[in-house]
Write a protein that binds this ligand. Structure first.
Ligand code: HEC
Length: 165
């Protein structure tokens, strides 16, 4: 029994010694680890969360193409405006292709000759402001008030071109 108590005491003493020794040796090591950027980075790499929200495009492994805003143009209206043919197709063709309600048919040179003879300014004005003539009623901008004046003018140019004028 006495021998057993001695062995037990020695074992406890060794355990305490090992504990103290590990603390003494361990603390300068952890200081050294914390002082070393590479070691810190390795530890952070191992303990980092599985997912990470990246809000800075520069941090992405595969960089995304950041779409640059188009440089402001001198006349923004002119750059976004539809071309004459597109305006005609969306706003004017419904009446002017078949001659609905007395509308002069696009491409009919005879039907347009007298109108073109008035001059482009009158044609523009009648198209933008609307016009009640002998043949019928031409609504302002063909009823499409969302069109800009320039878009309507472009459509008139397109129609006059098609009339051979
Ligand atoms: C609701 C049917 C209708 C639509 C849509 C329409 N027009 Fe007309 N347009 C007419 C009619 C009808 C006339 C003939 C009026 C008259 O001479 O009595 C006419 C005449 C015209 C004229 C000749 C004006 C003149 O002084 O002789 C032009 C130019 C014209 N339209 C352009 C356009 C353009 C551009 C658009 C589309 C933005 C358009 N129209 C859409 C019915 C329409």
């Amino acid at each position: 029994m006495e021998t057993f108590a001695v062995i037990l005491g020695v074992l406890v003493a060794i355990a305490v010694l090992l504990f103290v020794l590990s603390r003494v040796l361990g603390s300068p090591q952890s200081e050294w680890v914390q002082a070393d950027d590479r070691a810190r980075a390795l530890v952070e790499e191992r303990i980092r969360p599985i997912g990470r929200l990246i809000t800075d495009p520069d941090d992405l492994a595969v960089p995304v193409q950041v779409v640059e805003a188009a440089p402001p143009a001198d006349e923004p209206e002119a750059t976004t405006a539809m071309g004459g043919e597109a305006v005609y197709a969306s706003a004017c063709a419904v009446c002017h292709t078949q001659g609905v309600a007395g509308a002069p048919v696009t491409g009919d040179a005879d039907g347009w000759a007298a109108r073109i003879a008035q001059g482009m300014d009158i044609l523009y004005q009648h198209s933008i402001e609307g016009f009640l003539g002998e043949a019928g009623y031409m609504p302002p901008k063909g009823g499409r008030m969302d069109l800009s004046d320039d878009e309507v003018r472009a459509a008139v140019d397109y129609m006059v071109e098609r009339a051979g004028g």
